[in-house]
Ligand binder design. Structure first.
Ligand code: HEC
Ligand code: HEC
Length: 497
């Protein structure tokens, strides 16, 4: 296990922290959960990573892996939900784990199934190069209909045309491309823990679109608006149907029994760092951290604007001389760095510009706020408000060069886009693949920010290999001019989530 770069930069002896963590705690480095494995679900399981220890809590004693469809290969390709949502990876799947699986199974694990675990099913399977997007960037292929379809399968009217500029893997041409009624984009598995926060209903109105959020047809309640990168599913039921058909290649629809088993499991999993890089429990001495705290706390609370998003680091700033005396110098420095990172995240404002969903239609361009403008849900850092934002991760000129990803040219046929004009170059139109509106091109749902250390790379298209790359992206995107120390502080803080 290698010490994280941020820690290494901070203190030459940082490796010592990590070594202490691994040796003295009852935690594992990784453990692969295969579909159909018989696991006694423990109350909790700990996994060491570069930034400390991740803990996954299973709060429902009734759940049995042998009797829950989340763990069973219920489709045609031998996968289960757990294949791509692994406990050691904070219920996502890191690119590193995918590579370990490739090596351990000679590329035969069901995660590499041709349908979406290869760059394109038309490529020769069994060769590493055909799975490079999964192995190098942690990406699965997501095929969306073009033109988009509404919940009843009817085509949605669009106000843009789409053209393929670059198609590195042959999944966007001929009988697979937009001309044939499909668009392939590539996305990271989103972490499926702490679901009550993702499903919390913050607002009945979607401020990013300026209209009411759609209701759940089954309950009549407003939906959270925060599921999946492109919000193509409004409810967990719809999401499960989508995953069953697309990822598991189920021939038949998921049964109500399977849906209810999976829901029961999903609503009882919590994941977050439990120990920081110095080996200290994040909920020690009354601090409010770790997955148990997430499980016990109410979801959907707005933590921005002077209030707290991350509560666990506040006491770190208020330690008494006596408490400080018990820490080594490195530990003291590390804790001060994390506490500063939490403050930067909450308080250091900058000009948010040209980000549809925020600057348009509601807040004006530019708009001065901090990271918590968009990551404002207490304890989780996803957005309390429903809706999708164009951060620039997918679109020129802000996206990092990504020759491995497809590139599309969107031409707006109605009103031009407020920031890009009539033509937009994008790797993934995101929310626009759901709505058909040029205004929504490149908009992605903000993820929750827990367990980050266990599930690199970051952003929906995996464009940030490390947390440092995330900070560097923001630094360029919004011209933040962070000092080296500020970058280190943010990375250390995010690693402790
Ligand atoms: C082949 C890998 C794979 C398998 C198998 C898989 N998923 Fe996923 N999951 C993904 C990817 C990729 C995404 C993100 C897709 C997107 O954003 O468009 C995702 C997203 C999700 C989300 C949304 C979380 C959020 O924050 O929005 C949930 C919930 C989910 N999956 C549950 C499941 C369930 C339940 C199953 C089994 C029925 C399952 N997944 C099987 C890859 C997988
Ligand atoms: C204008 C809204 C906005 C602001 C301000 C913002 N973010 Fe984000 N953030 C997003 C969106 C949207 C995504 C998802 C983008 C994607 O996946 O392509 C995201 C994703 C992330 C991720 C990746 C999470 C994952 O699971 O991959 C991290 C980490 C993150 N943001 C940290 C920060 C930090 C640190 C700041 C302040 C410097 C910040 N964000 C400011 C909207 C914002």
């Amino acid at each position: 296990m290698k010490p994280s770069m941020a820690l290494a930069l901070l203190a030459g002896s940082a490796g010592l922290f990590v070594a202490t963590t691994v040796n003295s705690q009852d935690s594992q480095e990784s453990e692969w959960w295969s579909p159909g494995d018989v696991h006694e679900l423990p109350a909790q399981v700990d996994y060491a990573n570069d930034s400390g220890v991740l803990r996954v809590l299973f709060t429902d004693e009734e759940v049995r892996t042998t009797q829950n469809a989340f763990f069973q290969p219920i489709g045609a390709n031998g996968r289960a939900c757990v294949s791509c949502h692994q406990p050691s990876d904070s219920m996502s799947l890191s690119a590193e784990t995918a590579r370990e699986r490739w090596d351990a199974t000679d590329g035969r694990d069901p995660i590499f199934a041709a349908v979406d675990g290869s760059n394109c099913p038309s490529m020769p399977q069994g060769e590493r190069a055909s799975h490079s997007l999964l192995l190098d960037y942690g990406l699965f292929r997501i095929e969306r209909p073009w033109p988009p379809r509404d919940a009843n399968g009817a085509p949605v009217e669009t106000d843009f045309e789409i053209e393929v500029v670059r198609d590195p893997w042959g999944c966007n041409i001929g009988d697979r491309g937009p001309d044939a009624g499909n668009i392939s984009v590539y996305r990271r598995p989103r972490p499926v823990a702490n679901m009550k926060y993702l499903l919390a209903i913050g607002f009945p109105q979607d401020p990013k679109l300026g209209r009411p959020v759609p209701v759940d047809p089954r309950t009549g309640e407003p939906t959270s608006g925060n599921l999946l990168a492109d919000r193509r599913a409004l409810t967990l039921d719809a999401q499960m149907d989508d995953a069953g058909a697309a990822h598991l290649e189920m021939a038949r629809a998921m049964t109500p029994q399977q849906r209810s088993e999976i829901t029961q499991f999903l609503m009882s999993v919590y994941a977050a760092q439990q120990r920081d890089a110095s080996g200290t429990e994040l909920n020690a001495n009354g601090a409010e951290g770790g997955p148990q705290y997430l499980a016990d706390s109410p979801a959907g609370m707005l933590g921005a604007y002077g209030k707290r998003v991350w509560s666990e680091f506040e006491p770190w700033e208020q330690m008494s001389e006596e408490q400080l005396a018990e820490l080594s110098e490195e530990e003291r420095e590390y804790r001060a760095s994390v506490a500063r990172g939490a403050r930067i995240f909450r308080d250091e404002t900058f000009l948010i510009t040209d980000s549809a969903g925020i600057n348009f239609p509601t807040f004006g361009n530019p708009f001065r706020q901090a990271c918590t403008m968009c990551h404002n849900m207490t304890n989780m850092g996803n957005d309390v408000a429903p809706g999708q934002i164009d951060l620039g991760t997918q679109n020129a000129p802000f996206a990092d060069p990504a020759p491995h990803l497809p590139l599309f040219r969107v031409t707006c046929t109605g009103e031009p886009h407020p920031y890009y004009g009539t033509e937009i170059l994008t790797h993934d139109p995101g929310f626009a693949l759901t709505t058909g509106r040029c205004l929504d091109v490149g908009k992605i749902t903000a993820q929750s920010l827990r367990g980050l250390a266990a599930r690199a790379p970051y952003f929906s298209n995996g464009s940030a290999a490390t947390l440092r790359d995330v900070v560097d992206f923001y630094d360029r995107r919004y011209n933040l001019q962070y000092t080296e120390q500020e970058k280190i502080d943010l990375v250390n803080m995010m690693g402790a989530l």
